[in-house]
Design a protein around this ligand. Structure first.
Ligand SMILES: Cc1cc2nc3c(=O)[nH]c(=O)nc-3n(C[C@H](O)[C@H](O)[C@H](O)COP(=O)(O)OP(=O)(O)OC[C@H]3O[C@@H](n4cnc5c(N)ncnc54)[C@H](O)[C@@H]3O)c2cc1C
Length: 493
């Protein structure tokens, strides 16, 4: 029984940056799927809400609950203890089922030891597998969808405490072998509609306990970082070849004109051979920049400068971009895909996905206009370069990339800059007019008004239908689901 499990009562939970915190009723740290089922069952019986949290790397309120917080750090075995029961036609594929609470960093280490690797990842590796899947975390490269698209099967504890294995209709699990092992204690659902709903569900469908990912043989990447102006980058994006030719292509951009041009850093990453015989210089990024960034006081000094003299931001942004120029950095894939020192800056960000049908280029004009207007009206500044990443359309109903190739625009602000949140909200509104969708895990001001969510996500009703089945009583409701208007229907008149 869950009541026999240890928990902390009325303790505080806060996210990684410390900009989101809550004093929930209880904090649990289960070690098995059975314990998760017992906790959720107790929440359901007592009418309390529950929510799984990963490593707390969301800047938004998406992981908060005032009921039972379920920490997932102990659900981090790889391979997971839950057996796969593979259908014969899946036997030759590179699959790994991981405990959902494992961090990307430890998963990468495990895969590396076995000559395997993730096909793509975000720019950081401290988040958990379930965390990145649940918010549709992504990297860049138009041939790749978000990380959720690499998931083939999940084990999930739903709102009534029942354990489900969910995958596509042609998913990897052999139904007969699964039934023979679990009997009617567990349910296998092989349904595209259910899988596309659960794969990106922001903690609203249940607690993910395992995720089976499709990976590939270990590979190496060569990264090149060049300075360009926005005019050149815009022309390249319009033409589109840069996206097709490079495995990964991304841009850092300053919205402030310097000497008649907007500065950009273009990063490309492509396959290369093992760099083991190359000089140290080719196997590191700009090491002086990395070293200075790793120095604990550096972020505070930068933060202090932008706090005292925000008008220096245009100068600082161009210089930050120029400092990152590098002709070659070759390493094993997961090191190159991790953007490195920038991740440790005390900063927060919003990220909006816009469709790549021409509106993505218009979006950059809007950003320039908003940055200029806010600078003139209230001396509000963009304090960090803006990133553009390119992600393939995803079938997941609530992925920011659902149904359309997407340019993800990440608007990062140093934590001390004055007016930072207001500037992000102004960009957000301008980008909503171009069909923008906010990253669930990043700062956003989305609300349940204007039927916003339904208008952004064409298959929202299909997602809701699965939510009704897996969480009919709203056990996984939260301040976030209430804010954006996606709570269970217990509030309906
Ligand atoms: C430094 C930094 C770098 C980042 N880089 C990127 C990037 O490159 N690309 C990108 O797209 N995003 C990026 N993000 C955003 C981040 O990847 C997402 O917010 C991600 O969801 C955080 O994962 P987490 O493990 O910390 O989950 P949390 O923030 O703890 O939770 C996120 C959501 O997942 C749910 N959840 C967590 N575990 C479970 C579970 N076991 N079962 C069910 N639901 C669960 C929670 O309820 C919540 O809704 C970055 C964030 C930071 C702080």
């Amino acid at each position: 029984m869950a009541s026999a499990l240890p928990f902390d009562a009325r303790d505080s939970w806060q996210n990684h940056l410390g900009n989101q915190s809550v004093d929930p009723l209880r904090i649990y740290e289960p070690e098995s799927i059975e314990q998760v089922a017992a906790i959720v069952g107790e929440a359901s019986r007592t009418g309390v809400t529950a929510r799984a949290v990963g490593s707390g790397h969301s800047w938004s309120d998406v992981a908060l609950t005032t009921g039972f917080v379920i920490l997932t750090g102990q659900l981090s075995r790889v391979p997971a203890t839950e057996p796969d029961f593979l259908r014969p036609e899946w036997a030759d594929r590179h699959l790994v089922r991981a405990g959902a609470g494992i961090r990307i960093k430890e998963l990468n280490a495990y895969l590396d030891e076995r000559g395997l690797a993730l096909s793509n990842m975000g720019g950081y590796d401290h988040q958990t597998v379930a965390g990145v899947v649940s918010t549709s975390t992504h990297g860049s490269g138009i041939a790749f969808g978000p990380l959720s698209d690499f998931v083939r099967s999940v084990d999930l504890v739903a709102g009534n405490g029942r354990v489900y294995r969910i995958e596509r209709a042609d998913g990897p699990t052999d139904p007969d072998a699964y039934a023979a092992h679990h009997g009617d204690r567990r349910t296998l659902r092989q349904s595209d509609a259910m899988f596309d709903a659960v794969s990106v569900s922001m903690g609203c469908m249940g607690v993910l306990c395992t995720a089976q990912l499709e990976v590939e043989p270990k590979y190496f990447l060569k990264e090149v970082r060049e300075f360009h102006t926005w005019d050149r980058v815009r022309a390249d994006l319009e033409e589109g070849e840069v996206l097709r030719r490079n495995r990964h292509y991304e841009v850092l951009f300053s919205p402030y004109r310097r000497k008649h041009a907007y500065p950009c850093l273009v990063t490309t990453r492509n396959y290369t051979e093992s760099p083991e015989h190359k000089w140290f210089d080719k196997r590191t990024r700009n090491w002086a920049v990395e070293l200075v960034s790793a120095f604990p006081l550096t972020p505070n000094i930068i933060n202090l400068i932008v706090d005292l003299r925000p008008s220096l931001c245009p100068f600082l942004l161009e210089n930050a971009i120029r400092a990152l120029i590098k002709d070659e950095y070759s390493e094993v894939s997961y090191k190159v895909l991790n953007i490195g020192a920038a991740n440790v800056l005390p900063a927060y960000s919003a990220e909006i996905g816009v469709p790549m049908d021409g509106r993505h280029l218009e979006a950059v004009d809007r950003i320039i206009a908003v940055a200029d207007e806010r600078r003139r009206l209230g001396e509000a500044y963009q304090s960090s370069p803006i990133s553009f990443r390119f992600v393939k359309a995803s079938p997941a109903h609530m992925s920011m990339m659902n149904g359309r190739d997407t340019m993800m625009i990440e608007l990062i602000q140093l934590s001390r800059i004055e007016g930072g949140y207001e500037l992000l909200a102004a960009y957000e509104e301008a980008l909503y007019e171009l069909g923008g969708r906010p990253h669930w895990g990043q700062v956003n001001t989305l609300t349940g008004s204007h039927d916003f969510v339904r208008s952004m996500y064409p298959t929202y009703d299909a997602w809701l239908q699965v939510r009704r089945e897996l969480d009919p009583d709203g056990v996984f409701d939260s301040p976030f689901t209430k804010r954006v208007g996606i709570s269970a229907e217990r509030f309906a008149p």
